[in-house]
Design a protein around this ligand. Structure first.
Ligand code: ADP
Ligand code: 5GP
Length: 203
């Protein structure tokens, strides 16, 4: 059966602003679902367990890996992050639109599982600005921030296999671009089979 719902995978170097962009999109489109990942890192100020991440211990995470509960998982900066296979499948089976926030290795694994996925890469305007944003976000020591910044350069090399690139210069503009991608993808003919079938039945 064709699935008319969207699965959108968003990657960006840490600190680029994808959480800020996604929050705004979820406010505008409350029906879009978010796949809440599991992580072993500590919550940052303002982060809520079950909304931003499921914060779990490394032992719990490894157990889930053993049981095959993750659609994909990866280590970032010494912490583990994973996408729940069950949650994604449930949302897909209800044909609800879904956004996932995963780094490029996880995104590549999801591309194998969901070839109809829409892959979006968010870039900072430049690396200096990325450094500033990582500092602004705070809550981490200099060493971790440095690691995130180094990794950003490797991640940016992965942009070539994504479908869309959004530069987060002004937040409002970046949100507008993601909104445009979402609406255009919703209108694709192959996702309008129900609408088309409805017309054909009436004739
Ligand atoms: P990510 O989820 O990609 O790690 P965040 O959304 O947490 O990034 O944003 C990192 C920091 O940059 C936050 O302090 C956020 O307020 C800020 N920020 C996000 N987008 C912009 C922007 N377009 N201009 C300036 N600051 C931004
Ligand atoms: P942060 O610690 O800043 O929230 O996230 C660090 C990185 O982990 C980001 O690049 C984010 O996209 C990625 N990430 C978040 N959840 C997942 C996940 O479930 N799987 C993978 N592979 N990466 C994730």
């Amino acid at each position: 059966m064709s699935n008319n719902a969207l699965i959108i995978i968003i990657s960006a170097p840490s600190g680029t602003g994808k959480t800020s962009i996604c929050r705004s999109i979820f406010r505008q489109f409350p029906d879009i679902r978010f796949s809440v990942s599991y992580t072993t890192r500590q919550p940052r100020a303002g982060e809520v367990d079950g909304r931003d991440y499921h914060f779990i211990t490394e032992d719990m995470f490894r157990e889930k890996v053993q049981k095959g509960e993750f659609a994909e998982w990866a280590e970032n900066y010494g912490h583990l992050y994973g996408t729940s296979r069950r949650v994604v499948e449930e949302i897909r089976s209800r044909e609800e639109d879904l956004i996932l926030d995963v780094e490029p290795r996880g995104a590549k694994a999801l591309k194998e599982l969901y070839p109809d996925g829409i892959f979006v890469f968010v870039l900072p305007p430049d690396l200096e600005e990325l450094k500033k944003r990582l500092q602004k976000r705070g809550a981490e020591d200099d060493e971790t921030r440095k690691k995130r910044f180094q990794k950003a350069k490797d991640e940016i090399r992965e942009v070539f296999w994504y479908h869309y690139i959004i530069v987060n210069d002004r937040l409002e503009s970046a949100v507008e671009r993601l909104r445009a991608v979402y609406l255009a993808e919703k209108c694709r003919r192959e996702r309008q089979s129900r609408v088309i079938e409805g017309f054909l039945k009436e004739t």
